[in-house]
Design a binder for this molecule. Sequence first.
Ligand code: AVJ
Length: 332
Amino acid sequence: MALAVRFHDQRPEDAERSLREEVLAGFAGQPKATPPKLFYDRRGSELFERICRQPEYYPTRTEELILARAAHDIADLAGQGASLVELGSGASRKVRLLLEAMQPASYLGIDLSEDFLRASTQRLASDYPALEVHAACADFSRPLTLPDGFDGAHPLAFFPGSSIGNFDPPEALALLANLHELLPEGGGLLIGVDLVKEREVLEAAYNDRAGVTAAFNLNLLERVRRELDSDIEPDQFVHRAFFNEAASRIEMHLVSPRAQEVAIEGERFRFAAGESLHTENSYKYSLEGFRELAGRAGFRPLTQWTDPQALFSVHYLQRTRAGLTPPAACGA
Ligand code: AVJ
């Protein structure tokens, strides 16, 4: 039995800049840089699913392990009658662990990619016939509201995968502040956060031996060639990923080993030998560092869980009455 998913279109008017606009702006920048959301066309999403299964890429399986162990504690913290709101609603098994432990009456998936959102929420609706399933197409880096008809009295928001790592600290703070706005006082936020660790382990996760992360990174240039008018040759670029310890982030780049010029949509862009296009940042936190950031956005850290090797963390945060604390007011 496949029950209908209630679909809510909450896309902002000026919604998305097109691939063309993002690429032209990114290649014209100094340094050259493009936003990581450009990775996720159909092929990019498939490659990401494969990254998650690589032996070096610990975040996915570690977060699943943590959630499987903590699911009943999480359900107790969320309390009877809680609904579940998933941000970046994916194909993941993670949310199923929570659905089974919490048994909520309603679920809301929020994602910007409409096709993906419709497919994943439809699967949940058929697998959990008693669950009232809502889907909202919205950008959670902008202010959000719960859609009409969704039971928002007692929601638990779930933001898995360390997706927060793609945002630099001020953006991450703004995103948490949006979630603070979305939730009623006392509401919960369950968020997966990747942890700082030895360089070797971090760098291996973004340089898997099978080359899947490299293919994922280079797919961005394949996309430019497929979807835009361009003579760019992806094999003239190489994948590079390294830990920038001072900034506490993995950086992914596409490096041009030789000087070259590429044309995109009638514009020409020069790469010097060794120059790169910066395609992603993935910030890594300490437990205390993340708790502090959450506190500044008006969340009280109630519990956090890690795996035995402290590779990854899941935090249960409670929305307090207070909103964003200005940085000047929160010194020691
Ligand atoms: C989806 C942002 C959590 O940063 O680990 C994986 C994306 N990029 N390998 C991450 C990614 C390269 C991933 N996030």
